[in-house]
Design a protein around this ligand. Structure first.
Ligand SMILES: Cc1ncc(C[n+]2csc(CCOP(=O)(O)OP(=O)(O)O)c2C)c(N)n1
Ligand SMILES: [Mg+2]
Length: 547
């Protein structure tokens, strides 16, 4: 009997053979066979304090390493806790697989422990979701899940694992093990004809823009976009923020978007982030070209824009970018007046900002926070910046830093910062990691300080503490008036003491002048750290030169 494999062993060894060795996990009855099967493999389980954190960590891991991220949680409520976090990965186009334990197949419909239609629940938050139905297929199921996650528009996939299949013993035969090719993503290159037609249309246009989606906003994706801009001379902009055209990273971009006469959507969904590319945000005569891995998204643009969609092609975003660069004739083009106009708009920051950053006030202005962080990040070119909700998290996106960056992304879901920071440090053990998040946002995953301490993964969480859910409070001020603002107050709580209680480093910062040295101490502590900064309750920047 003992020489036989368990279903769990097939899965664990398939993960190992595929090089997917870091597993973000939270234990539970249904998956203990998998924990056991990890012995004797090269798998590293990073066990966390909330299932959503495991998913966020897998997401950040995928964004930074380019690998498929793997999260492992238990069935029923564990799975349910994980599902919400899938939305962040889905909108960020981040390839991950959520493996969830599941009630035994022979108990389904009989009132099994934690019985739940898990795949149905995960489906709207994933590219695909299913329940394994035979132990001998588990390795193949995993390969298929990884392949789907990384094919076309990358994103999350869910696989439910009935506990009886994980525990079932079966003879080891070659048929159990997926071929390496089964993991390989399907590739959709851009046809030369479509590339040439796109380049010709760009050359004919007076004010063209190339807009790229989240999958090209990783470090390697952005390098590709820079290559495309250099090759074509066309302004090429990555968009990954739920604030869309008001993303503070893009400065006064909205002021040039409305002037464009041709927009190439390069794996960039036509959606709310572009205000549906309707006037006045986009000119009513502007034409479009869609290069996208999903036929359904191209169909959507076609419905919205009719004959103004002058061409389209199904292609993976990175592959399409590479093909466009390869098909560009001649040497690099230079931006010209339109390129300079776009670059200036994107680089715009208000001239009042240096004064705001220098002013002495009772509480710290978010810009002061950003300047201190920028100079800390500048000390190490490997540094990684994480930005999360709400208003305060927008500011560091407006202050240029040399850092690599992960933001919570188009899903507009707050709370991922601490898991993101921990996974970033795990992926890049030498990189200083600084996360900026609001006091409300800190509450989601503060217990993960325990995870970071257990695994020795230092990072600095800089909490902009305005004792408010300020992003929503600002909506109340704008829409309903100050006398009708309620339900958004928090306490100026000692989040720094949460970090110290869990074995990390914590400091309360009440004045801007203390920030720089506090940051240095936090980095030097080499422990997971929380700087709890008492900040002013100000609205996030929306940048317009003509405002
Ligand atoms: C999961 C989730 N829940 C709620 C919201 C709505 N929301 C967006 S920003 C925000 C306030 C965040 O407050 P805080 O973290 O303190 O940052 P601040 O805006 O105060 O700077 C809320 C509640 C959201 N985007 N995502
Ligand atoms: Mg706040």
């Amino acid at each position: 009997m003992e020489s036989k494999m368990r279903g769990a062993d097939i899965l664990a060894r398939t993960l190992e053979r595929a090089g997917l060795r870091t597993i973000f996990a939270l234990s539970g009855n249904h998956i203990m066979a998998l924990f056991d099967a990890a012995f004797g493999t090269g798998l590293k389980l990073v066990h966390v304090r909330h299932e959503a954190a495991a998913v966020h960590m897998a997401d950040a891991w995928a964004r930074l390493t380019g690998q498929c991220g793997i999260a492992l949680v238990t069935g029923g409520p564990g799975h349910a806790n994980a599902v919400g976090a899938l939305l962040t990965a889905l909108a960020a186009e981040s390839p991950i697989v959520l493996l969830s334990g599941h009630a035994a197949t022979n108990e389904l419909g009989r009132g099994a422990f934690q019985e739940l239609r898990q795949a149905d629940m995960a489906l709207p938050a994933t590219k695909a979701a299913w329940t394994a139905h035979s132990a001998c297929q588990l390795g193949r199921d995993l390969a298929r899940a990884v392949r789907i996650a990384q094919s076309g528009r990358p994103g999350p996939v869910h696989l439910s694992l009935p506990v009886d299949l994980l525990e079932q013993r079966l003879e080891d035969t070659p048929a159990l093990w997926p071929q390496a090719a089964e993991f390989v993503p399907a590739s959709q290159p851009l046809a030369d004809r479509a590339a040439d037609a796109t380049l010709a249309a760009l050359a004919d246009a007076k004010r063209p823009l190339i807009l790229a989606g989240p999958s090209l906003c990783t470090t390697s994706g952005r390098a590709l976009l820079r290559g495309l801009a250099a090759a074509t001379g066309v302004p090429t902009i990555g968009m990954e923020s739920p604030r869309g055209i008001n993303d503070p990273s893009l400065g006064a971009f909205a002021e040039v978007l409305c002037l464009a006469d041709l927009i190439v959507l390069l794996g960039k969904p036509h959606d709310f982030t572009l205000r549906f590319a309707d006037p006045p945000f986009v000119d009513r005569a502007c034409r479009f070209i869609a290069l996208d891995p999903d036929a359904a998204l191209i169909e959507r643009i076609s419905k919205e824009k009719g004959p103004r969609l002058m061409a389209s092609a199904i292609a993976d975003a990175a592959a399409a970018t590479e093909r466009l660069i390869a098909r560009t004739a001649g040497g690099p083009k230079y931006p010209g007046p339109w390129g300079r106009e776009v670059a200036e708009a994107i680089a715009y920051r208000p001239s009042s900002w240096p004064q705001l950053a220098a002013a002495a006030a009772e509480k710290v202005h978010p810009l002061q926070l950003c300047h201190a962080i920028a100079s800390q990040l500048a000390e190490d070119r490997n540094a990684i910046l994480v930005c999360d909700g709400g208003e305060v998290g927008q500011w560091p996106q407006a202050v240029p830093t040399p850092a690599r960056r992960i933001i919570n992304g188009v899903a507009g879901s707050i709370g991922a910062a601490i898991p993101f920071a921990i996974a970033a440090r795990l992926a890049e053990p030498a990189a200083p990691v600084i996360a900026v998040l609001g006091d409300g946002t800190f509450g989601w995953h503060m217990a993960e300080f325990d995870t970071a301490v257990r695994y020795g993964l230092p990072f600095v969480a800089v909490v902009g503490n305005d004792a408010t859910w300020n992003a929503e409070y600002q909506i109340q001020l704008r829409e309903y008036g100050v006398e009708r603002a309620h339900g958004c107050e928090l306490l100026p709580a000692r989040y720094d003491l949460v970090a110290t209680a869990l074995g990390g480093h914590g400091e309360l910062v009440t004045a801007a002048r203390e920030l720089g040295t506090a940051l240095q101490r936090a980095v030097k502590s080499a422990r997971p750290a929380c700087l709890n900064v008492m900040t002013q309750r100000v609205a996030a920047p929306v940048l317009r030169r003509n405002a």
